[in-house]
Design a binder for this molecule. Sequence first.
Ligand code: ADP
Ligand code: ZN
Length: 653
Amino acid sequence: MERKSQLTLWYWVALIGLLVGMQYYLIDSHAATIPYSDFKTLLAAGKVREATVGQSTIAAQVDLTGAKDLLPASEYQRLLALPPGTGGAQMRRVVTDRVDDPQLTQQLEAAHVRYSGAAESPWLRMLVGWVVPIGLIALLWVWMMRRGMGAGTGLMTGVGQSRAKLYVESKTAVRFADVAGIDEAKQELEEVVQFLRNPERFRGLGGKIPKGVLIVGAPGTGKTLLAKAVAGEAGVPFLSISGSEFVEMFVGVGAARVRDLFAQAQQRAPCIIFIDELDALGKARGVSGLGGNDEREQTLNQLLVQMDGFDSQSGVIILAATNRPEILDPALLRPGRFDRHVAIDRPDIKGREAILKVHAKNVLLSPEVDLGVVAAKTPGFAGADLANIVNEAALHAARENKKAVEPKDFDEAIDRVIAGLEKRNRVMNPKEKETVAYHEAGHALVAENRAHADRVSKISIIPRGIGALGYTQQLPTEDRYLLKRSELLDRLDVLLGGRVAEELVYGDVSTGAQDDLQRATDMARHMITQYGMSERLGQVTFDTTRPPAFLSVPQAPQPVSYSEETARIIDEEVGRLIKDAHERVAKTLTEQRGTLEALARLLLAQEVVDRTALDGLLSGHQKTDPEHPTAAAQPQREVAAASSLLPRARSAG
Ligand code: ADP
Ligand code: ZN
């Protein structure tokens, strides 16, 4: 195929060369075109020797001797540069466009010019100069389109075919055992494996087999891995291509690739076609605004045509992956296409442990390592992140010349993956550091004082990554899918803890709490507008935006479906939730002022306070007697006023 397509390419190059040559021949290169007025000047001066008067042009031999002053300097130079014509070294050939000029013949005669008419055909000129090239280009275009849409061989074959071939894996080594933590998805695909293993038996039984299965899940959750495992388990070839690779610059190439992919798949059946990032080519048609994207639409149409065109009994199964199912063209999801959907969620704690085990198989772990603990510390992590953590932990252990990977290495790896590399050498001035210490101590202490908040596992004031100057890590005891109002309120309190601590200690706040406040406000707004947790507004949800299922993509603001009045009440309710939380937190932290100071000092001294150290500190500090009213028991504004009167914290440490 490669050689053939090269040959065709040469053929085209030769053809285009020929065309250029013809044009060159037609446009007399030994003559210069000059304005009619210049021609008349030369004629009047007796410089014209011979003329051929055609329908639209006049070709003439002119004598340049002594014509220097008759012509503009640049034109004279141009004529001089031409090769000499017949009849002398100063003779040149010129051409001029003919102007309707009744006196021309008289003047030619007066100047004793030998002249003749020419039977030149303007049609020939136009034909060779314009019609033929345009026709050829049109032909080439049609051919390329045909290559894209239908059968045939030619120039585009190589382009359409070479890519898809690269992605054929005749046998993948991945098995279901390598895919952990997503058992439901595995079960759903088990049927596909059974079919691929023995298509004849299935056919005999009249079993209905899906043509296309769409695997939906966040990035890194193992969609590709699962598709490969299906091929591996069934022992069939795995043909894969990414949706974004279909969409190329040339119109028709993507469609050609789709066709080629399916043709190859038919040859290798039973087999699996895997299309990664289906959304790249399967975006709903007609949403791309001005002009659209013809190439993508063509490719998508071709995919639909191919999917409809083959028989599901043929033993080819199409798996596709996407993390944005909501933007797919509905036509893709119709019966007979990707009508079966398998969702992969981020793994829960058990799943995470299982995934960690899979990846830790080839890593030497010290006996103290408990992967269950690592799993507990990584809620929300996808399979790819967990694989990354195991790898990072092993690298860390290797850097420190350890014989086995220890829990400390895992902690380091988690920190790394969570918040970017530690920047121990970043210089933070002591005052800033103290502020961060109080801020984080505030978060931690509030968390410890709320029944429904997750326990604190680690507090750190080592700056890491961009933006985060310190952090308080809370260790959830279990994965949560439902949260009660009381739990949300406690989380709100924890979020505000940092800022309130700064208020209490300095009577002033820093910009460091911005992210906390943002999250607190979002949470409060959600409680009111989506979870119906406001007594005043009742059990009503207000937000009309449907968030995308797996990824947060920026969305245009939706028109709101409630009145100005309701909007105002929502704002008031959000404000009230935050204000109440602020009050509660101020009360707690004022009561625990001693502990707050002690914790901040410990943080400044050690930079990191883990659970054990925190327990030690908490048991050493008796809680203030709640019976005694403090400033925090009063309304919030007065608290703020009172706290600003508190003595400034001494520089601890
Ligand atoms: P996706 O296609 O969903 O973006 P991948 O399948 O490419 O994710 O996953 C990337 C890598 O993460 C895999 O090669 C594998 O090492 C790891 N991984 C992801 N999910 C899992 C899982 N459930 N079990 C084991 N490893 C996983
Ligand atoms: Zn904070």
